[in-house]
Design a binder for this molecule. Structure first.
Ligand code: FES
Length: 148
């Protein structure tokens, strides 16, 4: 935690935004742990509530622990029309988890998200920041194989 505290102080000194501090913490810990929120609030001279409020605005910041890889199913209208609900069910069945859950081995977390601007590939998922689509069972197997 001391290492990350020093990094946050360094970001703060360089007039970096709080978002940079969030990214540094997430890169180190995998999510914005409560103790990191407390540290950020102290360093930025604000309240923990304000830090939580700011962090919760960004869907790619995690306030709870997540798996090594986050699978995000796009649930915006074009992907829904192309079968996003079925995609979520297919992934859940394949990995044995529901939305918001992480596989027992800690490898994957399944969540839903908004349009990533790749509607032509609907239905779309992202794994971490990589976009895949149109998603089929075959493509899902290929993707899972790449990350295992
Ligand atoms: S609606 Fe899913 S990528 Fe745009």
């Amino acid at each position: 935690m001391e290492k990350i505290m020093n990094k946050i102080k360094e970001i703060r000194e360089n007039e970096g935004s709080m978002l940079d501090a969030f990214m540094a913490v997430q890169a180190e810990l995998g999510y914005l742990a409560p103790e990191a929120i407390t540290a950020i609030a102290g360093i930025y001279d604000t309240t923990e509530a304000q830090v939580y409020e700011t962090a919760s605005f960004y869907s790619y910041l995690y306030l709870e622990p997540v798996g090594k890889h986050v699978i995000r199913v796009c649930r915006s209208a074009p992907c829904c029309a192309a079968g996003a609900l079925e995609v979520t069910e297919m992934i859940g069945r394949r990995l044995g988890i529901g939305i918001g859950e992480t596989t027992e081995d800690g490898l994957f977390t399944l969540i839903e998200g908004e349009c990533v601007g790749q509607c032509a590939k609907a239905p779309v998922i992202t794994v971490d920041r990589k976009v895949y689509g149109p998603l089929t069972e075959e493509l899902l197997e290929e993707i899972i194989g790449q990350y295992c």
